[in-house]
Design a binder for this molecule. Structure first.
Ligand code: FUC
Length: 798
């Protein structure tokens, strides 16, 4: 039990880092604002810490209505989304209207190209594991916590002189959720355990030998599901009830082991696999055989293997106030600097925790709520919105050293190819594949008819950027050859076919084009062009790297020559959102889509493109510092790319003060996890960036973080970075080279470099960059020798 943790050491082994823990002195008031989430990627659970009753609301990520067999489909048949059959002709009509009038009304376009959304479905709560009849007499010293480093949630309190403790974790290696109820006096744990599930399914619940089993089918689509929980009592008595409950009396401790699954499979077009019954039962049996101590050790080692890779120290003090109180003080502007930094550092690590908990190999990617959902009709269906949200969920995956968490995203995106090919053929009569504004585990790649948010065919190309980034960060050539390149190629095929010539200037443009959730339909909106250019550029580079030089790459070169860049400076100095200059300086819309080239792409660089960067800054400033949770998170990243640390920090402060719930979940409102994960990515961008083959140290450090250290951040080129700074300047930087080759470093004052053989020498001053000819597996320590010009290290032979 980790009520009191010993501080860990910081990157320089002297600096104590406050253990990242959320804690509270009262039970959760409700699911959304107060419950504490645990998860193993496939399953999630939310701990309430109630006194008489503990409620563990739980999820399994594949429990979705919709898709094949959905009652929502007129003929019961399922395709890959919706589109009436004459769509290529409708597309021509829309294009002609845009070419002649310069724009088209979204309602009219939705009438032409959209259709009612059927068979889409929604992510489902699996149910509640309820533990009732717990000790409540004379309760005192209550505490509830979530330890981010161990990924263990807990509850502790005293009742009638007995100390009661509860511990909860979701194990990835053992694929079970574990709950343990204990007391410091023998024989004092009593409870009734039961499973409760929503009524939109056929479920039957039984109990035998302390095992509660609940299985059935979703009414909507017949998806089979099953949950099993084994109740183990240490001492006392255990009785199965005819109503599917298990009662324990007078135990020293009670252990619950829960597993759940469905017969979903990520395979188009049926999306069905094996009956979940044997797998769920086997997982519980295997976990019971291991026992709780071993389950816990395996879980902590697995989680720590990811989480511990990055440590952040901003000079935070261990907060002596509960997390909700800390947040309220931050919001009210009465938290001191060290308390503010405590919340900021905790929130950064919470994003990493949430990503690990909601995205592990073998399941679906993190959805709008990660893996946590207490409803049968969650906001936006708890789906995969792909006009920013799913992408944002994964911005921190590579930079904060959690590359494994992106595996479900890669699998999922590749799974969209088959349904997306059908959609490309039917809707555009085009090769390759496409996905629109939002999608589901059933490969929904078609459209619907909500005028301002149904048309976003660029989504696939944006998603594929993550494959490309994975290659840039890891240098994994097999991944490049077998996964990134084929994906980029199939998307480029689609876009080579779908681009049209703009009669205004002969350039290649996207038409119809819709800047996400904003404005009229036009041709060549900035984001459409920037994304397609990004795709073509990355596909071109990938082709070169894998040695492909053929008609297709020649077509890509020719298209790149004619492609509108989507980068234009308008009448008030702004980067334009549309090809025509129509931006309103008072428009504070939450989407800042026209800055895609700045972030997540790396097409705008403050040194190389000062005029366009100034225009991007102008546009961003006009959009303001407000916005929904994820919008604020994106703005942290934008300002970090603009190398304005104070403004990036301001956006972090806005997000914490205005878009964060007591359990530190981001709120749109309502709860949406993208803001958590996007903010974590933004903080990483403030500390280390790596564009155009240079590792930039502290590109956007805010004045309010004068001293600190971070270890384990990742840079493109397979480099891991540890750094310490003082008085706003880096003092030591350690680079771990994953590959042999040059590492170029920027942002350092004069430094000495210690090579792998331990020899120290001053680096020769030469221009703005420092170059190290690194050898794979070696570490390079860069030590500041005071102020002065930046330096260059010529050779590695010291
Ligand atoms: C995008 C946003 C909305 C919301 C939704 C889930 O469409 O514009 O604000 O976040 O996703």
């Amino acid at each position: 039990m980790s009520e009191h943790r010993v501080p860990r050491s910081g990157p320089d082994d002297t600096d104590p880092v406050v253990p990242p823990t959320l804690w509270y002195t009262t039970p959760a008031a409700d699911w959304e604002t107060g419950s504490l989430p645990i998860g193993n990627g496939a399953m999630g659970a939310c701990v309430f810490g109630g006194l008489g009753t503990e409620r563990l609301q739980f999820n399994e990520k594949t429990l979705w209505t919709g898709g094949p067999g959905s009652a929502d489909l007129p003929d019961g048949g399922y395709d890959s989304g919706n589109w009436p059959r004459d769509r290529p002709r409708a597309l021509t009509r829309v294009r002609e209207r845009i070419d002649s009038d310069g724009q088209a009304d979204p309602e009219w376009v939705a009438g032409e190209l959209g259709g009612p959304r059927t068979g889409f479905g929604a992510y489902q709560s699996f149910g509640d594991l309820l533990v009732e009849g717990l000790a409540v007499v004379g309760v005192g010293d209550y505490r509830r916590w979530l330890d981010l480093a161990d990924a263990i949630a807990g509850v502790g309190y005293t009742s009638a002189g007995v100390r009661h403790t509860r511990e909860f974790f979701a194990s990835h290696p053992d694929q079970v959720v574990v709950a343990r109820f204990a007391a410091d006096t023998p024989g004092r744990v009593d409870c009734v355990v039961r499973l409760a599930t929503p009524d939109n399914r056929t479920g039957r619940t039984t109990a035998g030998d302390g095992r509660i089993t609940c299985s059935g089918r979703l009414t909507d689509n017949g998806l089979r599901y099953e949950a099993q929980v084994q109740v183990l009592a240490d001492g006392g008595t255990r009785t199965d009830g005819p109503d599917g409950t298990v009662t324990v009396r007078g135990a020293d401790a009670v252990l619950l082991i829960l597993a759940a699954g469905t017969d979903y499979a990520p395979t188009f077009p049926d999306y069905r696999g094996d009956d979940p019954h044997p797998g769920v039962g086997a997982r519980v049996d295997a976990a019971v055989a291991r026992g709780d101590a071993e389950l816990r050790v395996r879980h902590v080692a697995d989680h720590g293997g990811l989480f511990d890779r990055v440590r952040l120290h901003l000079g935070q003090a261990a907060p002596e106030v509960p997390t909700d109180e800390l947040l309220h003080r931050y919001r009210a502007g009465v938290a001191g600097p060290a308390q503010r930094r405590a919340l900021e550092a905790l929130h950064f690590q919470y994003g990493r925790y949430l990503l690990i908990a909601s995205s592990r190999a073998g399941s679906l990617p993190a959805n709008l709520q990660g893996v946590w959902n207490d409803s049968t009709a969650p906001p936006w269906a708890g789906d995969y919105h792909v006009n920013v949200n799913l992408q944002m969920n994964y911005w921190a995956a590579e930079t904060t050293n959690l590359t494994e968490t992106a595996t479900p995203l890669f699998d999922y995106v590749e799974g969209l190819v088959a349904p997306g090919e059908r959609t490309a053929r039917r809707l555009y009569d085009a090769p390759g594949w496409v996905v629109h504004n939002e999608t589901t585990p059933y490969g929904y790649t078609g459209v619907h008819d909500w005028a301002t948010a149904f048309w976003f065919p660029e989504a696939g190309a944006w998603l594929a950027r993550h494959h490309w980034e994975h290659w840039l960060f890891t240098g994994d050539e097999d991944f490049l050859r077998e996964r990134a390149w084929p994906l980029l190629r199939s998307l480029a095929r689609f876009w080579l076919d779908v681009l049209v010539t703009d009669p205004r200037d002969g350039a290649l443009v996207v038409n119809p084009s819709y800047s996400p959730e904003h404005g009229p339909f036009t041709a060549g909106a900035a984001m459409s062009q920037q994304i397609v250019r990004d795709l073509f550029g990355n596909a071109r580079q990938a082709a070169r790297l894998v040695g492909v030089d053929d008609e297709f790459t020649a077509a890509l070169d020719a298209a790149l020559d004619r492609l509108d860049t989507g980068l234009r400076v308008g009448s008030w100095g702004q980067l334009q959102e549309w090809k025509h200059d129509a931006d309103d300086p008072d428009d504070t819309h939450r989407h800042v889509s026209h800055l895609y080239a700045l972030h997540p792409a790396d097409h705008l660089d403050p040194d190389r493109d000062p005029e366009l960067v100034a225009a991007a800054r102008r546009a961003l400033r006009a959009r303001g510092d407000g916005g929904t949770g994820w919008s604020r998170a994106w703005k942290i990243n934008f300002w970090a790319r603009l190398r304005d640390g104070d403004h990036a920090h301001l956006m972090l402060a806005e997000l914490l003060a205005g878009s964060t719930l007591d359990n530190l979940w981001d709120t749109h409102p309502p709860f949406q996890i993208d803001g958590n994960l996007g903010a974590t990515a933004g903080v990483a961008e403030m500390l280390v960036q790596s564009h155009h083959r240079a590792v930039h140290i502290l590109p956007a450090l805010p004045a309010c973080w004068p001293h600190g250290s971070v270890s384990g951040l990742r840079a493109r080129g397979d480099v891991t970075v540890d750094l310490v700074w003082a008085d706003h300047r880096p003092t030591t930087v350690t680079l771990h080279a994953g590959r042999t080759g040059p590492i170029v470093v920027r942002g350092l004052p004069t430094a000495t470099v210690t090579g792998p053989d331990g020899t120290v020498r001053p680096a020769a001053a030469d221009g703005a960059l420092l170059r190290i000819d690194a050898v794979a597996g070696e570490r390079y320590l860069l030590t500041s020798t005071g102020s002065g010009r930046p330096v260059q290290w010529e050779t590695r032979s010291l």
